[in-house]
Design a protein around this ligand. Sequence first.
Ligand SMILES: *[C@@H]1O[C@H](CO)[C@@H](O)[C@H](O)[C@H]1NC(C)=O
Ligand SMILES: *[C@@H]1O[C@H](CO)[C@@H](O)[C@H](O)[C@H]1NC(C)=O
Length: 117
Amino acid sequence: MHNFFIITFLILFFFYSKPSAALGEGTLAGGWKPIPNVTDATVVDIGQFAVDEHNKEEHVSLKFVKVVKGESQVVAGMNYNLTVTAADGGVESSYVAFVWDKPWQKFRQLVSFKGPV
Ligand SMILES: *[C@@H]1O[C@H](CO)[C@@H](O)[C@H](O)[C@H]1NC(C)=O
Ligand SMILES: *[C@@H]1O[C@H](CO)[C@@H](O)[C@H](O)[C@H]1NC(C)=O
């Protein structure tokens, strides 16, 4: 009888401590860590993706210039919060893009794109 409670407790503990796959901007996720190298290929790729997706969704034609800074968070995959520079008809501005990436499923989603900021 005792063991039953211990096992139930362990199972509940296991589920509550796992990050939920349904959370884009997860509350149960790890902390945000600054991205040390904004010219890293994956980070640049995410920045480019964010601008491309935003263009598709909003029927605009921003041109990705660079990632200025960013932070990432381990969730079910990785959340990226990037400040990117993009050019709108020659005028460069900063935008803040939030991207959810699950590389092993080839899943990448633009959660939000704000700016110019
Ligand atoms: C940042 O990433 C780029 C591309 O991978 C690399 O060429 C460069 O050496 C890296 N810089 C640092 C400081 O790690
Ligand atoms: C993303 O980064 C921007 C700029 O640094 C910041 O203002 C914003 O609060 C961040 N968003 C999240 C969800 O951390």
